[in-house]
Design a protein around this ligand. Sequence first.
Ligand SMILES: [Zn+2]
Length: 66
Amino acid sequence: MNTIGIKPGSIIKLKKVHPCGEDKWEVMRVGVDFKLRCLGCNRIVWVPRRKLDKKIKKILDKNDNE
Ligand SMILES: [Zn+2]
């Protein structure tokens, strides 16, 4: 899956679950590097776009229910 369509405020799901048990992240910044905030523990990480392409499982709309 690619990262086109991801905007600041998007919620994304990654293939790998964070150690806190959460797999959803809020996108805070987009660009060459993406700034993500874990919805479980609020940890902030920066991920290069090409890495995120491989890690991402799903883009959830902000208003999507799961
Ligand atoms: Zn976490």
